[in-house]
Design a protein around this ligand. Structure first.
Ligand code: DGL
Length: 273
């Protein structure tokens, strides 16, 4: 059985690339809902509906044993309901329960090293307050200041990282001061802008560490498989990756080839049929 990785668009591909690099032996299927991206400005109900359709596809059509929701918006708005309501309803008699994991808590866990952190995320993730809640569950003294960055996802989908610099300055300024020790990239699209974010931090005189999920999630997933051999034993190991999209965009074709090799061509699928 495969490992499924899902995002609204191409952001999760950054996480997928890092996971495949860490554990190349497994079989992966990436699903990007490029037709309906962005999720970040959509309602709770819509994000749940879209995420459920994607997870359902990965389990039923792609035979996944586990799905990583590599989307913070979906992790914040839909994950718990998927884990608590959808999974037991869909696979009640399975010999083993399928698993769905998110990417938000691994990033929150990194924050315990700091006293004050800034979080940059989508409007939906910020409105859900999931980052401050999860961070403060671990340590209620950590000060968490968040801001949404709505222009960054469309720019990432279009492959326009350079145009993002003025937006990044605008979004980062209100959440930073000299005491900010770390900045969480709370959307899986944002690691594309690491260079511009570092430049902005430097220009504002902030020394903060950048917490980026592509640097955290692969190790956490490997640890998870060690702690859960009942999940790992169901995973096939043929070193394959396939990429599925709901709309064939130029940039996802370009990035798939660049990050996963020329032989991996994204395939178009219909999600809500
Ligand atoms: N990459 C996603 C996230 O981590 C979603 C971006 C969007 O679709 O707005 O939040």
């Amino acid at each position: 059985m495969r490992i499924g990785i899902f995002d609204s668009g191409l952001g999760g591909l950054i996480i997928a690339r890092a996971i495949v690099k860490k554990m190349p032996e497994y079989d992966y299927v990436y699903l990007g809902d490029t037709k309906r991206v962005p999720y970040g400005n959509r309602s709770h109900e819509t994000v749940f509906e879209f995420t459920k359709e994607a997870v359902d596809y990965l389990f039923k059509k792609e035979n996944c044993a586990i799905v990583i929701v590599a989307c913070n918006t979906a992790s914040a708005r839909a994950l718990r309901k998927i884990q608590q309501e959808y999974l037991p309803k869909i696979f009640p008699k399975d010999k083993f329960q399928r698993k769905v994991l998110g990417v938000l808590i691994p990033a929150a866990e990194e924050c315990v090293k700091y006293k004050k952190v800034g979080v940059l995320a989508t409007q939906g993730t910020v409105a859900s307050d999931t980052f401050p809640m999860e961070i403060n569950k671990l340590n209620s003294k950590i000060k968490v200041i968040q801001n949404s960055a709505p222009m960054l996802v469309p720019l990432a989908e279009e492959g326009e990282a350079k145009l993002a610099l003025p937006f990044i300055q605008k979004y980062l300024k209100p959440i930073l001061d000299k005491n900010t020790e770390a900045i969480v990239l709370g959307c899986t699209h944002y690691p594309i802008f690491k260079k511009q974010i570092k430049l902005t931090l430097r220009s504002l005189g902030v020394e903060g560490k950048i917490i980026s999920q592509d640097e955290i999630v692969p190790k956490k997933l490997k640890d998870y498989f060690l702690r859960h051999p009942e999940v790992a034993k169901n995973l096939s190991r043929k070193h394959t990756t396939k990429i599925l999209v709901t709309d064939m965009t130029k940039n996802i074709q370009k990035l798939s080839e660049k990050w996963f090799g020329k032989n991996i061509k994204p395939k178009l699928i219909i999600l809500n049929s």
